[in-house]
Design a binder for this molecule. Sequence first.
Ligand SMILES: *Cc1c(COP(=O)(O)O)cnc(C)c1O
Length: 449
Amino acid sequence: MTEMSGGPALPQERRVVTSVPGPKSQELMARKQAAVADGIGTVMPVFAKRAGGGVLEDVDGNSFIDFGSGIAVTGVGNSAEAVVRRASAQLAQFTHTCVMVTPYEPYVEVCEELARLTPGDHAKKSALFNSGAEAVENAVKVARSYTKRQAVVVFDHGYHGRTNLTMALTSKNMPYKHSFGPFAPEVYRVPVAYPFRWLTGPDNCAEEAAAQAIDQINKQVGAENVAAILIEPLLGEGGFIEPAKGFLPRLAQFAKENGIVFVADEIQSGFCRTGQWFACEDEGIVPDLITTAKGIAGGMPLAAVTGRAEIMDAPHVGGLGGTYGGNPVACAAALGSIETMREMDLPARAKRIEEIMKPRLRKLAEQYDVIGDVRGRGAMLAIELVKPGGKEPDPQVTAALAKACHENGLLVLTTGTYGNVMRFLPPMVIGEDLLDEGLDVLEGALADL
Ligand SMILES: *Cc1c(COP(=O)(O)O)cnc(C)c1O
């Protein structure tokens, strides 16, 4: 299965043999501080040496249970066998021609796979890029070209990247936007159905939020001026927010009625993460365009915009592209990654991860009143941490909890508009024993707080 991951016989175990960070990591961190710009932050201050399956080993010999997957990227595990095999073969054949100079088969094959795997049985086409932000930028270009309109509607707590346009599309100032303006115009933000924090409670959240969003679009922008409505079907950096059921279909329907391109940003939620190939399948949504990246290529940089052929074909020849977009080695890695997802039935594995983790997280929430909410789907789960007795976000306790987990051999990430969400994104190939052990570490850290 994942034997080759991370090199020969990488033991699938948690092992803490030094303080965290250990001496070698501390030495490297001093070099990082001297040579790398401070703007590049660090979640867990250890340096990686090998990774695969469900673990990451550092330069001091510590082995961490991986509940992060490099931010939802290595769902098939690090250096997954098929990814290494296919990318290595391609690496030896040729590394780059530029698809706009002389095309190659792996690029076309990835686009064919995307047409098969994404929701809807209409004719689809794709274009490939290097990063998620670049995919989102291009989805906006395509939607504007197709509709001949300019406005883009995005949502509270949305995250779409760090380039200029995608900063404008992103809702959170610190750290993503602060001091980096001015931002691109014609971006309009409307409410999202966030059940845990909806003022009138979760029951009418979907209808009320959709009504507010649509009213704002009509009154403040004018539906006839909107090129695209862009949303993450399960919001990632905003705090693993699952829009209340009914909200997404209502917005998709509004888009359809008004000739607006409905774009699902599945960069974090896509590729089996939520127990489906794509998160929007849970409510039967068929987006006009879908952006993918993170989980697509087992860790190699690749991103895509996929959608209705007539929309994707709107930009003139030469209007889309880039020197490296759809690099052949990254495409081969994506084909290896997709092969692994099919063979191991990773959507089913993601569902199994939810089955194991969610009941335990819910039990912890009953025991510890700092956990205000447990949510997410598949292998994309989170707890929201609050001041006991209310809903006031507690980013300090969240950071302390993450640090305690790190020190005890569990790699976890935090997220959320208020910095108070701990998210769990294990590789879908992780062993069930490691999942349980990781939750034991979390439980111990909660007890110690
Ligand atoms: C990570 C992310 C992006 C940006 O992707 P990059 O590859 O970091 O540019 C965009 N949208 C969502 C939903 C993401 O999670």
